[in-house]
Design a protein around this ligand. Sequence first.
Ligand SMILES: [Zn+2]
Ligand SMILES: [Zn+2]
Length: 332
Amino acid sequence: MSDSMRAMRLHAAGKPLELEHVARPTPGPGDVQVRVLACGVCRTDLHVLDGELSEPRLPLIPGHEIVGEVTALGEGVQTPAPGTRVRVPWLGWTCGECESCQAGRENLCERAEFTGYTRDGGYAEYCVADARYCFPLDVEDAQAAAPLLCAGLIGYRTWRLAGGESNRRLGIYGFGAAAHILAQLAVARGQEIYAFTRPGDTQAQDFARRLGAVWAGGSDEASPERLDAALLFAPVGALVPSALAAVRPGGAVVSGGIHMSDIPSFPYRLLWEERSVKSVANLTRRDGEEFLTLAPEVPINTETQAYPLEQANQALDDLREGRLSGAAVLIP
Ligand SMILES: [Zn+2]
Ligand SMILES: [Zn+2]
């Protein structure tokens, strides 16, 4: 049995993941094989399961917030050496040749491959990853570090695109894994957080206040202050006009999600006065290096809920139903 492993695999959109024994993946040229210590559960995984992201490889092992240990090297790879702890993110491979790659926007590479979507991911005991896209940053607590990889990185890129440190009053719409990480960075930078949750979700509102939000309420409530920028982490298109109505002239509304329900039409005056609406797509390796170096300096502490690998479907359901404070992490 030594070269088989347990994995949770998706066979068709709309179906639960199935626990299976499959062959351990062997590293090809340029790859490392990684023994998974922890893998975060991300909302993107739900979009893949639900068929809202429509081009997964099938069958698929989801999971793109992987912390593990290098166990074997493919041809041509010298580092990271076996025994090294690495983190494997969503961005799995880029071509290096297209217009976006050449311009330093590898997050927009037209031939990019993604961990846990177009390549097998970390809902398993082992995975393989292109060595050049792993972050060989040492980490003691794999469970705590896993959510930094997508929730953290995407949150950071969203915050940066919204103006980063230049803002003072920051609205955060949807207070889950990404928000709870980003709020700590923003508070450390002296920013005021206004947290908008599902109406009536007092648990998420308490969570936001505990992390330093100056105000927390339902997304159906008006913002008590005019915001400099708004970050959207909930996949709800109706939040775009609400957030635009809350930001000052020149302010940005930036959506961090990969999928969102349709945005309802809204009057031009909400956008007028140089307000902007933008989306964030994927990450660059530079985002990763910057943010993963920054996180322990802040310091950012993640709140996680661990599930055994076999309970991946339960973890996904809990995420879908908003039953989590912080981030779910699978432990093989
Ligand atoms: Zn490219
Ligand atoms: Zn993700």
